[in-house]
Write a protein that binds this ligand. Sequence first.
Ligand SMILES: [Zn+2]
Length: 208
Amino acid sequence: MPKKISGQARLPPQVKKLKSYKRYNGLGSCRCNYVTLLTVVTLSMMIDPPNDEHFMREALRQAQKAYDASEVPVGAVVVRSGEIIARASNQVGLLKDATAHAEMLALTEAEAAVGDWRLTDCDLYVTKEPCPMCAGALVHTRIRRLVFGCTDSSAGAAGSVMNLLRMPTLNHRCDVASGVLQDECAAILQSFFRKLRDQETELREDDR
Ligand SMILES: [Zn+2]
């Protein structure tokens, strides 16, 4: 399950409501209802879990595309009403454009799909924590929710180094969830940079 950094309370409102009812009512018979409801809610979440992993898998497929093109493997998708409306991989090298991060390209594609620069009912899934540029773009486009895989301890702008998505002075804040398929999201990056180091070592050895 994703680690919630911020956002709404963890318990569904009906459970919270029943909990408070039990507290004020003080009747033992209520315990049965509470346990039953909690079981139903838990089971329903197990049967129909949030689609975060499903959408992150598609973001990972985009990251793999970047990997195959010798780009830093980061992928992103934008979801609206349960459907992917934009998908992109990092293309900085291909486009010779430092702003061509997966998130930026996915946001532009989503704006075209929606026909508006405001993406207030859209969620963005990305394999790695966004950098300051992309986090800023998420604020500008009014993205509702950000879900990312692995953290970026050196440049992450969604909680690791800074959190531009929850800045009280900015005119938009969005919910943030992290850790969705984080091992796979981190592994593809580690594999990419390991391969890069190996290739550099081989080149140096060839030069001798
Ligand atoms: Zn970025």
